[in-house]
Every structure is written in structure tokens, then in C-alpha cells.
Design a protein around this ligand. Structure first.
Ligand SMILES: [Zn+2]
Length: 179
């Protein structure tokens, strides 16, 4: 089933990670009043979005120098996602657009489809946000992303809570990304 959803405008948007360090699942959740749309993302997608957004906002500022600066302030209490955590899909692509007339940034998220699928079958959710809403989400997202597993002082790799096979100590090689 292909969905095409516009949350226009978003009343609140955030990202969060749920689960044990090393096995966390990252989400984006957008609100329009009581309605929520929740999607699964990769940590790296949040990190890339944060970097991409800063560049995007700088470009907007260059074109529209009179715009007020977007803030990145948030209240941590309000940045955790709410149940139901019932994700619509796993995000494959993330994009940004700008509606200059209304000063809204659109975060476009496209469903990750199995290999060989028709790309037109991908569901799409567009979150229409203020520049400040997105900037706050990204700053919070960078904090969440950094709260992964602690890094082993011996080998520099992330340590799982249940134990760590340190290649410096016993020759085991582990190459999982930090989640
Ligand atoms: Zn180690």
C-alpha cells in the first residue's frame, strides 16, 4: 500500500532512539495536534540530516537575508517520542525543500523498498516544519546519536553492555557500527 502523507504544518517533530545501547532503533515522529506519524530511520540518516540542514539553512539565509535566525532550542522532556510507536515505514531517502512564501522547510521521507521494487510504490511522508523546529530536532538528534555504547579505551570500538571482545586483548575482530 502506497501512502502519501503531508503533515502540513507540523505542530511538533522529534527523533528518538529506543532500545539497549548497540541495538537502538531510531525514529522520527511528527505531530499535527494529536495525530502522529512515526517512521524508522538509521542513526546515520539523522546525523547526515543534521549536517545537511545546517547547509540548507545557510543557503536559505543567503537568499533571504532578512529572515530571523532559526533557533535550535528544545526542552528535553518534549523530545521523546510518544506511543503508539507504530512506524509507517523504514526511511530510505531523506530530502529537504523550502516554501519561501510560508517560510516552511519540508522534510521529505521516502520509504525504503526491497531491492527490485518499483520506486513509484514507495510511500512518502512530508513534514512541513519551521526552520527552528527542524533545527531543534537535529540538535537533539545529534545528542541522542552520541549516547550510544561507550568506547573501549583499549581498541576504540564500542562496548556492548553484556561484554566486549577486545581485539587488542584476545584477537577478536568486531566491526559493528555503533547504533
Ligand atoms: Zn576493546
Amino acid at each position: 500500500m502506497t501512502d502519501e502523507i503531508d503533515i502540513h504544518p507540523v505542530t511538533h517533530i522529534t527523533t528518538d532512539a529506543i532500545g539497549q545501547p548497540g541495538k537502538r532503533v531510531f525514529y522520527i515522529q511528527g505531530w499535527q495536534n494529536e495525530r502522529t506519524v512515526t517512521l524508522i530511520v538509521e542513526k546515520i540518516q539523522i546525523q547526515s540530516l543534521a549536517v545537511g540542514l545546517e547547509q540548507f539553512l545557510a543557503e536559505i539565509k543567503e537568499k533571504f537575508p532578512d529572515l530571523p535566525e532559526a533557533t535550535d532550542e528544545f526542552e528535553s522532556d518534549k523530545m521523546h517520542i510518544h506511543p503508539p510507536v507504530d512506524p509507517l515505514f523504514r526511511v530510505g531517502e531523506v530530502g529537504l525543500g523550502y516554501d519561501a512564501e510560508n517560510d516552511l522547510v519540508v522534510l521529505v521521507t521516502r520509504e525504503l523498498l526491497p531491492e527490485g521494487s518499483n520506486p513509484e510504490e514507495a510511500s512518502v511522508v512530508r513534514f512541513w516544519c519551521t526552520r527552528s523546529q527542524l533545527r531543534a530536532m537535529c540538535r537533539w538528534g545529534m545528542e541522542i546519536a552520541a549516547q550510544g555504547r561507550p568506547v573501549c579505551p583499549q581498541c576504540g570500538q564500542p562496548m556492548d553492555p553484556e561484554g566486549h571482545f577486545c581485539p587488542k586483548k584476545n584477537g577478536h575482530q568486531r566491526s559493528e557500527p555503533t547504533a
